[in-house]
Design a protein around this ligand. Sequence first.
Ligand code: MF3
Ligand code: CO
Ligand code: CO
Length: 266
Amino acid sequence: MSITIKTAEEIEKMRIAGRLAGEVLDYIEPYVKPGVTTAELDRLCQDYMEKVQGCIPAPLNYAPPGYPPYPKSICASVNHQVCHGVPNERPLKKGDIVNLDITTIKDGWHGDTSRMFIVGEASILAKRLCAITLECLWLGIAQVRPGARLGDIGAAIQRHAENNGFSVVREFCGHGIGSHFHEEPQVLHYGKAGTGVVLEAGMTFTIEPMINAGKAAISELSDGWTIVTKDRSLSAQWEHTLLVTPGGVEVLTLSAGCPPKPATLP
Ligand code: MF3
Ligand code: CO
Ligand code: CO
């Protein structure tokens, strides 16, 4: 399958799915407090998607080749978990950082977004890692316009992460998205400017950098899904779904409670 250019009608459906995914994160934010379990957050998000929004949670039973069916409706990755953390019965505690990753399906179209949440009060390092990773996402978004290349996105993200003493996870990347959860192209969060696929208006893809406080290496837990840093250092991730527009970029997963582009960026 190649990179699909979405029609005006398809884009309108992706705007709806994208906003709904962002609104799940708005909804869950007040529940992310010391003592709550990620399994509780999963149940709350699943109910909200299914009963309030009329969406399908895309992760539930998602089974790409080589993976067991994903057992939950959201991903919840805590501290040294990089991504695809499977919600469980362990309570969150003060100082934890957690990524909640939501993918909705509405009317057959997908929206995919994730944010970091700080449980109570976090360490200076944890806060800095979350903030720099959000800057990485927005520096990537700032590269998106027709004629730019995928390598421009990866290079901007890698440079900012490494200039701040952090590392970029290599094994997982952003992805095309539309009527399928994961489509072409792969959107690497590292690389060389001026290389790779040339962007065209109507392309839709995610940018979702995973940035580690320590080394870039990862390992997979025996559940077949949860990814952790090999050195057990903290990891952060933020994700938006983007549309390439004639004038640049539209962020499809914005919602009322979404943190804006950081004021620290140009
Ligand atoms: N939402 C993740 C992404 O950004 C993918 C999760 S796959 C799942 O691509 F099965 F774990 F949900
Ligand atoms: Co994604
Ligand atoms: Co996601």
